[in-house]
Write a protein of this length. Structure first.
Ligand code: C2O
Ligand code: CU
Length: 480
């Protein structure tokens, strides 16, 4: 009798010894129902100085960092967002999202110097929507991140974006509200800053409901171009995983990456590994027999030219941008950095917002207790991104382009390799550098969007910047 009671006490003791710390871990993992993205995590100054006045929040508000408020737009587009069943260009029915009735949404074209105005009207997207200009380094208030740079646009609402197109190149736009769902379901489109030329071909790759498409079309399609035309094939990966692409039937050059020209590109026949969110412009003179853009396998491809070329698998080799092209001045000296950050991606078991799981970590910390990378305007910033998480991560920094300095300790020797979206494979380490020249509060996250919603996201933050927006709360902002 006595023994039994003692035994029960021991059992209770053991149970408590397990449950109390678990309960503690559970409780401390809860993400507040509403939080200020400028005050999440902990400040990491990267070895630089915290500016006086930072704690007083004497700086600017995100809401004031807008594009030009006056002036007649050169490009004026309205995007009507709907949550609906729709048909892909190739006929399949998808239950997802459209912009102006289609997915991808309309191609927006602007020239360098144009004032671009886009009005997002949310007709029926229940969770709300925004438009983020992926790869365009717009002023912060135009960046389209719900809960960070604006409130999500509710059904019946609208939001106007205005910015000047500054850098020619291939970009895309997508919702940054519940983005892991809305982008997958089709709430995205393409934007090209360059005049239309006869050789310009857009190829946005997206997987709807398990069906991979080019420009919303499964299978193969044709773009009619005369032989001898210099074609510039703008390939955009709007999916969550890296994809090998390339032109078959002719050698080609990788003339731009992530909206930045490659210096001294040479002709290749290898494939190109395009990270999720990334873009590559592939250039070739159309041969008499035509050529083919292949996305993964030739069963998904675009025949380009006067004739339909035969299908061929992509070669096994892959273009390596670490050595591709020839060097050119960067315009700044990464050797004299004001900030040196580490962005170490790991993974460990625990709780995230009360959910048990294997969660991503940044510098050993789980979301929302992650480092906020603090900079001041004008800083030269170096960041070492390493990954021991067991999976690859396409890392995307908003508002800035960074140049790759090295991979796994091997210095880059080719063209300046500018990125906004960088694939960091498991067990890889990249060093990148950039100039902090665009004040604001900027997302810095994995573009495998479910990973971001699982906590692989933080911010680059300019000291003194505040935001009136909140994640969660009454506005139901949920950027990831
Ligand atoms: Cu293409 Cu933070 O997104
Ligand atoms: Cu990831």
């Amino acid at each position: 009798m006595k023994k039994r009671r003692w035994g029960r006490l021991v059992a209770l003791g053991i149970t408590l010894a397990v449950l109390v710390p678990l309960g503690y871990l559970w409780a401390t993992s809860l993400v507040p129902g509403e939080y200020d993205p400028a005050r999440m995590g902990y400040a990491d100054y990267g070895g630089g100085h915290a500016m006086a006045g930072h704690e007083h929040h004497g700086g600017a508000s995100v809401a004031d960092l807008t594009g030009p408020k006056t002036g007649t737009p050169d490009v004026d587009v309205t995007l009507v967002a709907r949550q609906q069943k729709f048909q892909l260009a190739s006929g399949e029915t998808i239950d997802g999202y459209t912009l102006n009735g289609t997915s991808p949404g309309p191609l927006i074209r602007a020239r360098v110097g144009d004032l671009v105005q886009v009005t997002l009207v949310n007709e029926s997207v229940k969770d709300g929507a925004t438009v983020h200009w992926h790869g365009i380094d717009v002023p912060n208030a135009e960046d389209g991140v719900a809960g960070v740079t604006q409130d999500a646009v509710p059904v019946g609402g609208k939001h106007v974006y205005r910015f000047t197109a500054e850098q020619a190149g291939t970009y895309w736009y997508h919702s940054h509200q519940v983005s892991s769902e809305e982008v997958k379901g089709g709430l995205f489109g393409t934007i090209v800053i360059a005049p239309a030329t006869p050789g310009d071909v857009i190829a946005a790759i997206h997987t709807y409901d398990g069906k991979r498409t080019i420009n919303g079309r499964t299978g193969t399609a044709r773009v009619e171009l005369p032989a001898g035309t210099t074609a510039r094939v703008r390939v955009i990966n709007t999916d969550n995983a890296i994809l090998r692409v390339g032109l078959t039937g002719t050698p080609y050059k990788v003339v731009a990456v992530d909206g930045r020209e490659v210096h001294g590109p040479t002709a290749v026949t290898a494939a190109y590994a395009l990270p999720a969110g990334g873009r590559a412009d592939l250039e070739a003179v159309v041969p008499a027999g035509g050529m083919r853009l292949v996305a993964g396998t030739p069963t998904l491809s675009l025949g380009i030219g006067p004739a339909d070329p035969p299908t061929a698998e992509l070669p096994g080799e892959t273009v390596d941008l670490l050595t591709y092209g020839t060097p050119a001045p960067l315009g700044f000296d990464p050797g004299t950095a004001d900030r040196n950050f580490e962005y170490r991606i790991g993974r460990r078991p625990g709780f995230l917002d009360g959910m048990p799981g294997l969660w991503w970590t940044i510098n050993g910390h789980k979301f929302p207790d992650v480092p906020m990378f603090m900079v001041a305007e004008g800083d030269v910033v170096r960041m070492k991104i390493s990954n021991t998480s067991g999976q690859a991560h396409p890392m995307h920094l908003h508002g800035h382009h960074a140049v790759v300095l090295s991979r796994n300790g091997v210095a880059a020797t080719g063209s300046p390799w500018w990125v906004d979206t960088l694939e960091v494979g498991n067990k890889e380490t990249y060093e990148i550098a950039f100039v902090a020249d665009n004040p604001g509060l900027w997302m810095d996250h994995c573009h495998n969007l479910p990973h971001a919603s699982e906590g692989l996201m933080t911010h680059l933050m300019y000291e003194g910047i505040t935001t009136p927006y909140r994640v969660g709360g009454n506005s139901h902002n949920e950027p990831e």
